[in-house]
Design a protein around this ligand. Structure first.
Ligand code: UDP
Length: 328
């Protein structure tokens, strides 16, 4: 039996594929390669295409004995989603509609869905627990929440079991250095800071230093991408063993400010890394820290890389070895 990984050539998807293969799982990847990289999924059964492509999904579900789906494929830039909400609803909500419809038709009963802390919006309390109110502040978060709800209603109707994983800030790279993070354009803090260290940017902008935090910059919970990967594997195991749908936060439970992240990057890289204060970025909550207790207890998930220094070191090693990302 195989696992279909949609968006498996993307950043978190490809690390999850690597982890699953290390566990001896048979994996089939579907990715449009609009953002993903073929080099990130070498030696893996691969289909290039969109999750909206129902004939292609029929072909995949017919050609392979797919027992479960891990669904990453999505548009995932907060700022872009505010400018192009129709595109986000089309790609994320309608795309998932086709995928789930085909799963139901082909009798595939398990799905692990890549959700986000953006479903919470601006939380009243920290750390965030799963029972807190969801109130997204952007279309990206709204589309992810809409999909969580679609999956919830598919369980009683069709027996489709789901685990929704609400990621906090994914960071780092495969510790062995085979794959890493390469977004075009790059918008995430840690790779941007490392590009400054590599001399590819002159400085990093700190988006706001007047937040209600100790040093005035935003605080986030950075989680190693391989720890995210292991949580997907454990979620599938849990679905198969207990047949119980659920939602889990995935973060470390510790927050670091933008300024602290830049300092850790300076220590790891030995570079000065100039930083400039810039205006706040629209839609950024001041503090987002997970309570990962439910995932630890129910999935038996034990994050391995809990120090930001380690996360940044793995990211840096990949960036130094691949200064232009996957492009040759
Ligand atoms: N950030 C920043 N400068 C940058 C990129 C990001 O100050 O060039 C801040 C951003 O405002 C947020 C934090 O770094 O507070 C993490 O941003 P990122 O885009 O990596 O992830 P997000 O929290 O948006 O998912």
């Amino acid at each position: 039996m195989a696992i279909l990984v949609t968006g498996g050539a993307g950043y978190i998807g490809s690390h999850t594929v690597l982890y699953l293969k290390d566990q001896g799982e048979e994996v089939v990847v579907l990715d449009s390669l609009e953002k993903g990289h073929l080099d990130a999924v070498q030696n893996t059964t691969f289909y290039q295409g969109f999750i909206h492509d129902e004939p292609l999904l029929d072909q995949i579900f017919t050609n392979h004995q797919i027992e479960s789906v891990i669904h990453f494929a999505a548009s995932s830039l907060v700022g872009e989603s505010v400018e192009k909400p129709l595109e986000y609803y089309q790609n994320n909500v309608l795309g998932t509609f086709s995928l789930v419809k085909k799963m139901v038709e082909h009798g595939v009963k398990n799905i692990v869905f890549s959700s986000t802390a953006a479903t919470y919006g601006e939380p009243d309390n920290t750390p965030i627990v799963e029972s807190m109110m969801t109130n997204p502040t952007n279309p990206y978060g709204e589309t992810k929440l809409a999909i969580e709800k679609l999956l919830k209603w598919c369980e009683p109707a069709y027996g489709l079991k789901s685990v929704c994983l609400r990621y906090f800030n994914a960071a780092g790279a495969d510790p062995k250095g085979t794959i890493g993070e390469d977004h075009q354009p790059e918008s995430h803090l840690i790779p941007i800071v490392l590009q400054v260290a590599l001399g590819q940017r002159e400085h990093v902008s700190i988006f706001g230093d007047d937040y209600d935090t100790e040093d005035g910059s935003c605080i986030r919970d950075y989680i190693h991408v391989m720890d995210l990967a292991s949580a997907h594997y454990l979620s599938l195991k849990k679905l198969k063993e207990s047949n119980k749908s659920n939602i889990y936060n995935l973060g470390i439970g510790n927050g670091f400010s933008v300024k602290e992240v830049i300092d850790v990057c300076r220590q790891v890289t030995g570079h000065e890394i100039p930083a400039q204060i810039a205006p706040r970025r629209a839609g950024d909550p001041a503090v987002l820290i997970a309570s990962p207790e439910r995932a630890k207890k129910e999935l038996n998930w034990k994050p391995e890389y809990t120090h930001l220094r380690e996360i940044v070191t793995h990211a840096w090693n990949w960036h130094v070895a691949h200064p232009n990302g996957y492009s040759k």
